[in-house]
Design a protein around this ligand. Sequence first.
Ligand SMILES: [Zn+2]
Length: 405
Amino acid sequence: MKQNWKKIVSVVLIFAFAMSVCGITHASALTNDSIKQKEADIQKAQDEKKILQQGLSDVQKLVKELEASKENLATYVVELDGKLNTIQEKIEELQGLIDTKEEEIETTTMQLKEAVATEEAQYEAMKMRIKFMYERGESFYLEMILSADSFGEILNKADYVEQLSQYDREQLQKFQQTRQAVEECKALLEEQKATLAEAQTALENEQSSVQTLIATKEKEIRAYENDIDNKEAAIKEYEAEIAAQNAEIAELERQVAEEKKRLAAANKSAIIYDGGQFKWPAPAYTRISDDYGNRIHPILKVPQFHNGIDMAAPGGSPILAAYDGEVVAATYNGSMGNYVMIDHGGGLYTIYMHASALYVSKGQVVTKGQKIAAVGTTGRSTGNHLHFSVRLNGSYVNPWNYLSS
Ligand SMILES: [Zn+2]
Protein backbone atom coordinates (compact mmCIF):
# COMPACT_ATOMS: atom_id res chain seq x y z
CA MET A 1 0.00 0.00 0.00
CA LYS A 2 2.93 2.32 0.72
CA GLN A 3 4.05 2.22 -2.90
CA ASN A 4 0.52 2.69 -4.16
CA TRP A 5 -0.16 5.80 -2.15
CA LYS A 6 1.18 8.39 -4.56
CA LYS A 7 -0.37 6.58 -7.50
CA ILE A 8 -3.74 6.54 -5.84
CA VAL A 9 -3.50 10.23 -4.97
CA SER A 10 -2.58 11.06 -8.57
CA VAL A 11 -5.45 9.04 -9.92
CA VAL A 12 -7.80 10.65 -7.47
CA LEU A 13 -6.59 14.12 -8.46
CA ILE A 14 -6.81 13.46 -12.21
CA PHE A 15 -10.45 12.43 -11.85
CA ALA A 16 -11.22 15.12 -9.41
CA PHE A 17 -14.82 16.04 -8.98
CA ALA A 18 -16.23 18.34 -6.41
CA MET A 19 -17.34 16.13 -3.56
CA SER A 20 -18.18 16.61 0.03
CA VAL A 21 -16.06 15.27 2.82
CA CYS A 22 -16.91 11.77 3.72
CA GLY A 23 -17.53 10.79 7.30
CA ILE A 24 -14.79 8.65 8.72
CA THR A 25 -15.64 5.32 10.25
CA HIS A 26 -14.60 5.25 13.86
CA ALA A 27 -13.60 1.91 15.33
CA SER A 28 -14.52 2.13 18.96
CA ALA A 29 -12.35 -0.90 19.77
CA LEU A 30 -9.16 0.73 18.54
CA THR A 31 -7.62 2.74 21.35
CA ASN A 32 -4.15 2.89 22.80
CA ASP A 33 -5.44 0.77 25.68
CA SER A 34 -6.66 -1.96 23.37
CA ILE A 35 -3.26 -1.97 21.63
CA LYS A 36 -1.56 -2.30 25.03
CA GLN A 37 -3.93 -5.14 25.84
CA LYS A 38 -2.89 -6.89 22.62
CA GLU A 39 0.77 -6.54 23.59
CA ALA A 40 0.02 -8.10 26.99
CA ASP A 41 -1.84 -10.94 25.24
CA ILE A 42 1.18 -11.59 23.01
CA GLN A 43 3.39 -11.83 26.11
CA LYS A 44 0.88 -14.23 27.69
CA ALA A 45 0.88 -16.49 24.62
CA GLN A 46 4.69 -16.55 24.65
CA ASP A 47 4.71 -17.51 28.34
CA GLU A 48 2.23 -20.31 27.66
CA LYS A 49 4.52 -21.76 25.01
CA LYS A 50 7.41 -21.82 27.49
CA ILE A 51 5.30 -23.58 30.13
CA LEU A 52 4.13 -26.15 27.58
CA GLN A 53 7.69 -27.01 26.62
CA GLN A 54 8.73 -27.40 30.25
CA GLY A 55 5.71 -29.45 31.33
CA LEU A 56 6.05 -32.56 29.14
CA SER A 57 6.11 -35.93 30.89
CA ASP A 58 9.34 -37.90 30.68
CA VAL A 59 8.09 -41.47 30.43
CA GLN A 60 11.56 -42.99 30.39
CA LYS A 61 12.25 -41.39 33.77
CA LEU A 62 8.83 -42.45 35.09
CA VAL A 63 9.37 -46.09 34.07
CA LYS A 64 12.81 -46.12 35.72
CA GLU A 65 11.32 -44.72 38.93
CA LEU A 66 8.59 -47.35 38.82
CA GLU A 67 11.07 -50.20 38.27
CA ALA A 68 13.13 -49.02 41.22
CA SER A 69 10.16 -48.91 43.56
CA LYS A 70 8.48 -52.12 42.36
CA GLU A 71 7.89 -54.55 45.21
CA ASN A 72 4.94 -56.50 43.90
CA LEU A 73 2.45 -56.25 41.06
CA ALA A 74 -0.24 -54.59 43.17
CA THR A 75 1.92 -51.67 44.31
CA TYR A 76 3.40 -51.41 40.82
CA VAL A 77 -0.06 -51.08 39.30
CA VAL A 78 -1.12 -48.46 41.85
CA GLU A 79 2.02 -46.38 41.24
CA LEU A 80 1.70 -46.72 37.51
CA ASP A 81 -1.94 -45.67 37.65
CA GLY A 82 -0.90 -42.67 39.75
CA LYS A 83 1.41 -41.56 36.92
CA LEU A 84 -1.31 -42.34 34.37
CA ASN A 85 -3.79 -40.20 36.30
CA THR A 86 -1.31 -37.32 36.44
CA ILE A 87 -0.72 -37.49 32.70
CA GLN A 88 -4.47 -37.79 32.12
CA GLU A 89 -5.01 -34.59 34.11
CA LYS A 90 -2.35 -32.91 32.00
CA ILE A 91 -4.13 -34.10 28.85
CA GLU A 92 -7.40 -32.59 30.08
CA GLU A 93 -5.60 -29.33 30.89
CA LEU A 94 -4.05 -29.27 27.43
CA GLN A 95 -7.42 -29.99 25.86
CA GLY A 96 -8.83 -27.05 27.83
CA LEU A 97 -5.98 -24.81 26.68
CA ILE A 98 -6.53 -25.89 23.06
CA ASP A 99 -10.25 -25.07 23.31
CA THR A 100 -9.48 -21.66 24.83
CA LYS A 101 -6.83 -20.91 22.17
CA GLU A 102 -9.23 -21.82 19.39
CA GLU A 103 -11.78 -19.40 20.83
CA GLU A 104 -9.12 -16.69 21.23
CA ILE A 105 -7.97 -17.20 17.64
CA GLU A 106 -11.55 -16.80 16.47
CA THR A 107 -11.89 -13.54 18.44
CA THR A 108 -8.55 -12.16 17.22
CA THR A 109 -9.37 -13.08 13.62
CA MET A 110 -12.63 -11.17 13.95
CA GLN A 111 -10.86 -8.18 15.52
CA LEU A 112 -8.27 -8.22 12.74
CA LYS A 113 -11.01 -8.27 10.12
CA GLU A 114 -12.70 -5.31 11.81
CA ALA A 115 -9.43 -3.38 12.09
CA VAL A 116 -8.62 -4.01 8.42
CA ALA A 117 -12.11 -2.84 7.42
CA THR A 118 -11.67 0.30 9.53
CA GLU A 119 -8.24 0.88 8.02
CA GLU A 120 -9.67 0.65 4.51
CA ALA A 121 -12.61 2.94 5.33
CA GLN A 122 -10.30 5.54 6.87
CA TYR A 123 -7.98 5.31 3.90
CA GLU A 124 -10.84 5.83 1.44
CA ALA A 125 -12.11 8.77 3.47
CA MET A 126 -8.68 10.37 3.44
CA LYS A 127 -8.41 10.05 -0.32
CA MET A 128 -11.71 11.90 -0.61
CA ARG A 129 -10.54 14.52 1.80
CA ILE A 130 -7.32 15.15 -0.11
CA LYS A 131 -9.22 15.44 -3.35
CA PHE A 132 -11.56 17.92 -1.74
CA MET A 133 -8.78 20.02 -0.26
CA TYR A 134 -6.87 20.00 -3.53
CA GLU A 135 -9.91 21.28 -5.35
CA ARG A 136 -10.23 24.05 -2.79
CA GLY A 137 -6.72 25.10 -3.71
CA GLU A 138 -5.00 23.82 -0.54
CA SER A 139 -1.98 22.69 -2.50
CA PHE A 140 0.21 21.95 0.54
CA TYR A 141 -1.76 18.70 0.99
CA LEU A 142 -0.56 17.50 -2.35
CA GLU A 143 2.99 18.78 -1.72
CA MET A 144 3.09 16.99 1.59
CA ILE A 145 2.06 13.76 -0.05
CA LEU A 146 4.20 13.98 -3.14
CA SER A 147 7.33 14.92 -1.21
CA ALA A 148 7.05 11.99 1.15
CA ASP A 149 8.86 8.72 0.40
CA SER A 150 6.45 6.50 2.20
CA PHE A 151 3.04 6.61 3.73
CA GLY A 152 4.61 6.38 7.17
CA GLU A 153 6.52 9.55 6.40
CA ILE A 154 3.30 11.33 5.45
CA LEU A 155 1.92 10.42 8.82
CA ASN A 156 5.05 11.76 10.49
CA LYS A 157 5.03 14.94 8.41
CA ALA A 158 1.41 15.53 9.26
CA ASP A 159 2.49 16.21 12.83
CA TYR A 160 4.64 19.16 11.67
CA VAL A 161 2.64 20.71 8.85
CA GLU A 162 1.18 23.75 10.55
CA GLN A 163 -1.46 24.49 7.94
CA LEU A 164 -2.99 21.09 8.49
CA SER A 165 -6.39 21.43 10.13
CA GLN A 166 -7.02 19.94 13.54
CA TYR A 167 -9.61 17.71 11.90
CA ASP A 168 -7.18 16.24 9.37
CA ARG A 169 -4.49 15.82 11.99
CA GLU A 170 -6.91 13.82 14.10
CA GLN A 171 -8.01 11.70 11.18
CA LEU A 172 -4.42 10.88 10.31
CA GLN A 173 -3.67 9.98 13.92
CA LYS A 174 -6.69 7.72 14.03
CA PHE A 175 -5.58 6.06 10.86
CA GLN A 176 -2.10 5.55 12.29
CA GLN A 177 -3.64 3.97 15.38
CA THR A 178 -5.71 1.64 13.24
CA ARG A 179 -2.65 0.56 11.30
CA GLN A 180 -0.89 -0.20 14.56
CA ALA A 181 -3.90 -2.15 15.79
CA VAL A 182 -3.86 -4.19 12.58
CA GLU A 183 -0.18 -4.99 13.11
CA GLU A 184 -0.78 -5.93 16.77
CA CYS A 185 -3.69 -8.16 15.81
CA LYS A 186 -1.57 -9.92 13.19
CA ALA A 187 1.26 -10.47 15.69
CA LEU A 188 -1.14 -11.71 18.36
CA LEU A 189 -2.80 -14.07 15.93
CA GLU A 190 0.57 -15.53 15.01
CA GLU A 191 1.47 -16.03 18.69
CA GLN A 192 -1.88 -17.64 19.42
CA LYS A 193 -1.51 -19.99 16.47
CA ALA A 194 2.00 -20.91 17.59
CA THR A 195 0.73 -21.62 21.12
CA LEU A 196 -2.09 -23.73 19.70
CA ALA A 197 0.37 -25.75 17.60
CA GLU A 198 2.62 -26.14 20.64
CA ALA A 199 -0.31 -27.33 22.78
CA GLN A 200 -1.40 -29.80 20.09
CA THR A 201 2.12 -31.24 19.92
CA ALA A 202 2.25 -31.45 23.72
CA LEU A 203 -1.13 -33.19 23.73
CA GLU A 204 0.09 -35.76 21.19
CA ASN A 205 3.23 -36.33 23.25
CA GLU A 206 1.23 -36.85 26.43
CA GLN A 207 -1.15 -39.19 24.64
CA SER A 208 1.76 -41.27 23.39
CA SER A 209 3.19 -41.21 26.95
CA VAL A 210 -0.09 -42.73 28.14
CA GLN A 211 0.16 -45.40 25.43
CA THR A 212 3.73 -46.23 26.46
CA LEU A 213 2.81 -46.50 30.15
CA ILE A 214 -0.24 -48.65 29.41
CA ALA A 215 1.85 -50.97 27.22
CA THR A 216 4.47 -51.23 29.98
CA LYS A 217 1.79 -52.07 32.52
CA GLU A 218 0.08 -54.68 30.35
CA LYS A 219 3.40 -56.37 29.61
CA GLU A 220 4.14 -56.46 33.33
CA ILE A 221 0.74 -57.93 34.31
CA ARG A 222 0.93 -60.57 31.57
CA ALA A 223 4.51 -61.51 32.40
CA TYR A 224 3.60 -61.86 36.08
CA GLU A 225 0.55 -63.99 35.40
CA ASN A 226 2.35 -66.14 32.82
CA ASP A 227 5.22 -66.94 35.11
CA ILE A 228 4.77 -70.57 36.20
CA ASP A 229 6.60 -70.05 39.50
CA ASN A 230 4.30 -67.20 40.32
CA LYS A 231 1.10 -68.75 39.06
CA GLU A 232 -0.11 -69.94 42.40
CA ALA A 233 0.73 -66.60 43.97
CA ALA A 234 -0.90 -64.74 41.06
CA ILE A 235 -4.14 -66.70 41.49
CA LYS A 236 -4.17 -66.05 45.22
CA GLU A 237 -3.44 -62.40 44.69
CA TYR A 238 -6.15 -62.11 42.06
CA GLU A 239 -8.70 -63.74 44.35
CA ALA A 240 -7.63 -61.53 47.24
CA GLU A 241 -8.09 -58.48 45.00
CA ILE A 242 -11.60 -59.53 44.00
CA ALA A 243 -12.43 -60.18 47.67
CA ALA A 244 -11.11 -56.71 48.57
CA GLN A 245 -13.21 -55.19 45.75
CA ASN A 246 -16.32 -56.89 47.06
CA ALA A 247 -15.59 -55.80 50.62
CA GLU A 248 -15.18 -52.19 49.50
CA ILE A 249 -18.45 -52.30 47.54
CA ALA A 250 -20.34 -54.02 50.37
CA GLU A 251 -19.09 -51.35 52.79
CA LEU A 252 -20.38 -48.62 50.48
CA GLU A 253 -23.75 -50.34 50.33
CA ARG A 254 -23.82 -50.59 54.11
CA GLN A 255 -23.18 -46.85 54.40
CA VAL A 256 -25.96 -46.07 51.93
CA ALA A 257 -28.39 -48.35 53.80
CA GLU A 258 -27.56 -46.54 57.04
CA GLU A 259 -28.06 -43.15 55.42
CA LYS A 260 -31.41 -44.30 54.07
CA LYS A 261 -32.52 -45.37 57.53
CA ARG A 262 -31.66 -41.88 58.77
CA LEU A 263 -33.60 -40.32 55.89
CA ALA A 264 -36.61 -42.54 56.60
CA ALA A 265 -36.51 -41.57 60.29
CA ALA A 266 -36.51 -37.91 59.26
CA ASN A 267 -39.37 -38.62 56.83
CA LYS A 268 -37.24 -37.69 53.84
CA SER A 269 -37.64 -39.56 50.60
CA ALA A 270 -34.88 -41.70 49.12
CA ILE A 271 -34.31 -42.60 45.46
CA ILE A 272 -36.74 -45.19 44.12
CA TYR A 273 -35.97 -47.41 41.10
CA ASP A 274 -39.02 -47.42 38.80
CA GLY A 275 -38.06 -50.58 36.90
CA GLY A 276 -37.03 -48.84 33.67
CA GLN A 277 -34.48 -50.20 31.22
CA PHE A 278 -30.80 -49.18 31.37
CA LYS A 279 -28.98 -47.07 28.85
CA TRP A 280 -25.99 -48.82 27.24
CA PRO A 281 -23.12 -47.40 29.32
CA ALA A 282 -20.29 -47.55 26.73
CA PRO A 283 -21.69 -46.21 23.44
CA ALA A 284 -18.25 -46.43 21.74
CA TYR A 285 -17.80 -50.12 22.53
CA THR A 286 -16.52 -52.41 19.79
CA ARG A 287 -17.32 -55.81 21.32
CA ILE A 288 -18.04 -57.69 24.54
CA SER A 289 -14.55 -58.88 25.48
CA ASP A 290 -15.74 -60.86 28.49
CA ASP A 291 -19.34 -61.63 29.43
CA TYR A 292 -21.01 -62.01 32.82
CA GLY A 293 -20.86 -65.47 34.42
CA ASN A 294 -18.49 -68.37 34.97
CA ARG A 295 -15.43 -68.53 32.76
CA ILE A 296 -11.84 -69.66 32.67
CA HIS A 297 -9.57 -66.74 33.48
CA PRO A 298 -7.81 -65.94 30.16
CA ILE A 299 -4.28 -65.84 31.58
CA LEU A 300 -4.45 -67.66 34.90
CA LYS A 301 -6.48 -70.52 33.34
CA VAL A 302 -8.49 -71.09 36.52
CA PRO A 303 -12.29 -71.11 36.78
CA GLN A 304 -13.52 -67.70 37.79
CA PHE A 305 -16.84 -65.99 38.21
CA HIS A 306 -16.88 -62.78 36.17
CA ASN A 307 -19.22 -60.40 37.98
CA GLY A 308 -19.89 -57.99 35.11
CA ILE A 309 -19.71 -57.38 31.38
CA ASP A 310 -16.43 -56.17 29.82
CA MET A 311 -17.06 -53.77 26.96
CA ALA A 312 -13.94 -53.15 24.88
CA ALA A 313 -13.85 -49.46 23.87
CA PRO A 314 -11.23 -46.88 22.92
CA GLY A 315 -9.44 -45.13 25.79
CA GLY A 316 -11.06 -41.78 26.55
CA SER A 317 -14.44 -42.69 25.04
CA PRO A 318 -17.48 -41.83 27.18
CA ILE A 319 -18.95 -43.90 30.01
CA LEU A 320 -22.62 -43.04 30.63
CA ALA A 321 -24.77 -43.51 33.71
CA ALA A 322 -27.01 -46.49 32.94
CA TYR A 323 -29.87 -44.96 34.94
CA ASP A 324 -30.87 -42.05 37.19
CA GLY A 325 -29.28 -42.24 40.60
CA GLU A 326 -26.85 -40.88 43.13
CA VAL A 327 -23.08 -41.37 42.98
CA VAL A 328 -21.97 -43.46 45.97
CA ALA A 329 -18.30 -43.61 45.00
CA ALA A 330 -16.08 -41.97 42.37
CA THR A 331 -12.57 -42.86 43.37
CA TYR A 332 -9.52 -45.07 42.77
CA ASN A 333 -8.91 -48.63 43.91
CA GLY A 334 -5.87 -50.81 43.11
CA SER A 335 -7.87 -53.47 41.29
CA MET A 336 -10.95 -51.57 40.08
CA GLY A 337 -8.85 -48.57 39.00
CA ASN A 338 -10.83 -45.34 38.73
CA TYR A 339 -14.38 -46.45 39.33
CA VAL A 340 -17.88 -45.06 39.81
CA MET A 341 -20.69 -46.67 41.80
CA ILE A 342 -24.25 -45.39 41.47
CA ASP A 343 -27.21 -46.05 43.76
CA HIS A 344 -30.48 -46.33 41.81
CA GLY A 345 -32.70 -47.06 44.80
CA GLY A 346 -34.45 -50.28 45.74
CA GLY A 347 -31.10 -51.97 46.53
CA LEU A 348 -29.98 -51.61 42.90
CA TYR A 349 -26.46 -50.36 42.08
CA THR A 350 -24.30 -50.09 38.97
CA ILE A 351 -20.49 -50.11 39.01
CA TYR A 352 -18.16 -48.83 36.26
CA MET A 353 -14.48 -49.81 36.45
CA HIS A 354 -11.02 -49.06 34.96
CA ALA A 355 -11.84 -45.48 33.86
CA SER A 356 -9.10 -43.14 32.64
CA ALA A 357 -10.95 -40.10 34.04
CA LEU A 358 -13.88 -39.47 36.39
CA TYR A 359 -16.33 -36.63 35.77
CA VAL A 360 -18.59 -37.01 38.80
CA SER A 361 -18.07 -37.02 42.55
CA LYS A 362 -19.58 -38.72 45.55
CA GLY A 363 -23.07 -37.49 46.47
CA GLN A 364 -23.76 -36.13 42.99
CA VAL A 365 -27.16 -36.86 41.49
CA VAL A 366 -26.87 -38.13 37.90
CA THR A 367 -29.38 -38.81 35.17
CA LYS A 368 -29.63 -41.73 32.77
CA GLY A 369 -27.21 -41.20 29.86
CA GLN A 370 -25.10 -38.56 31.65
CA LYS A 371 -21.35 -38.75 30.95
CA ILE A 372 -19.77 -39.85 34.22
CA ALA A 373 -16.29 -41.06 33.22
CA ALA A 374 -13.98 -42.01 30.33
CA VAL A 375 -12.95 -45.52 29.32
CA GLY A 376 -9.46 -46.54 30.41
CA THR A 377 -7.35 -49.39 31.69
CA THR A 378 -6.55 -48.38 35.27
CA GLY A 379 -6.40 -51.01 38.02
CA ARG A 380 -6.07 -54.72 37.33
CA SER A 381 -6.75 -54.39 33.63
CA THR A 382 -5.03 -55.23 30.36
CA GLY A 383 -6.51 -53.13 27.60
CA ASN A 384 -9.05 -50.29 27.45
CA HIS A 385 -12.49 -51.49 28.44
CA LEU A 386 -15.45 -50.77 30.69
CA HIS A 387 -16.20 -53.40 33.30
CA PHE A 388 -19.90 -52.90 34.06
CA SER A 389 -21.46 -54.63 37.08
CA VAL A 390 -24.97 -54.56 38.51
CA ARG A 391 -25.73 -55.39 42.13
CA LEU A 392 -29.13 -56.05 43.66
CA ASN A 393 -29.61 -56.43 47.43
CA GLY A 394 -25.94 -57.13 48.09
CA SER A 395 -25.06 -59.55 45.27
CA TYR A 396 -24.03 -59.35 41.65
CA VAL A 397 -26.80 -59.96 39.14
CA ASN A 398 -26.75 -60.40 35.39
CA PRO A 399 -26.53 -56.91 33.79
CA TRP A 400 -28.33 -58.26 30.73
CA ASN A 401 -31.52 -58.31 32.83
CA TYR A 402 -31.44 -54.51 32.65
CA LEU A 403 -29.88 -53.91 29.25
CA SER A 404 -31.18 -54.45 25.76
CA SER A 405 -28.43 -55.59 23.39
ZN1 LIG B 1 -14.33 -57.39 33.87
